[in-house]
Design a binder for this molecule. Sequence first.
Ligand code: SF4
Length: 356
Amino acid sequence: MQSITEKIDIKALTLEELKASLKIIGEKEFRAKQIYEWLHVKLVRDFEEMTNLSKELRAKLASEYELICVNDLERYESKMDGTVKYLFRLSDGNVVECVLMKYHHGNSVCISSQVGCRMGCRFCASTLGGLTRNLKTSEMLDEVYQIQRLSGERVSNIVIMGTGEPMDNYDNFVKFIRMISSSDGLNISQRNITVSTCGIVPKMRALAEEGFAITLALSLHAPNDEERAKIMPVANSYQLQDVLNACDYYYEKTGRRVSYEYSLVDGVNDTAACAKELSRLLKGKNCHVNLIPVNPIKERDYKRSTGNNIQNFKNILEKNRINVTIRREMGSDINAACGQLRKSYTDKTMVQEVNL
Ligand code: SF4
């Protein structure tokens, strides 16, 4: 019987792991540095592009290793602010979406950590089809690399706020942070990386122990357990007080101010009473609240809060000396909200398949 040996995912190997792996196939350790640079600094997509390696070595690498890259599927550029939304196809045909946002302080990319999501937040289009699978470390890295290749511009900030719950793909996500911020790779400052979670307490506490300087953003969205559970099923597993304690622990261990994300839904969580309750919850914490006017999705009947309600909500937090900003909307003309583009792409593909 023929044995099929799986090739090693070379892009997911740290420099040390690559050294050890090359040794096993009889290659010199110093080659690791060259190959790592081709993969993680020069961002090549093929072993053939590694021109300072011999033809024989390139062929050997291709036979031993798999070089995972995402493929450009669709691209939409906002005419309003230059935001670019990408749909990438993975090697198994799944699709993920990423966004490039251009700010004065640099280029920020928002990447996905899973195909789909099983967290079921009611306001989110990414979870409507459930979780398909976790992204590999190499796929997460290549989301950033591909945007840099396609845009020709250096990425300086990363937010892991696209499709998926990063804490539900913890090991691959943590390795991604180590590799993307490594001085042997793109060397993106950890201070410029933000990860968002819906509040998976044990993983938030584990993250506090990793020794990272990244920002933790908690998707809060309601000021008490009862209201939160109505829009976020995860609230049935972790009590709000435990989630907030985990945020405090993260701040204690890292010195990084936690960001609280609050999507405002008309008549659901945008009342003055909600703002006062939220103020009591966060008063005295060194934190930041990001108010996000929710993007309506057609499968759910949530409406965006009115401008007046958004401003009132902000004023109440400010009166209580809480740092608060209203998130500036980017790329609203290109369906840039979380999960919407991937969803409309899959819907479209499904309609085409049905029509065949
Ligand atoms: S908001 Fe985030 S955690 Fe919640 S369902 Fe959407 S992708 Fe998942």
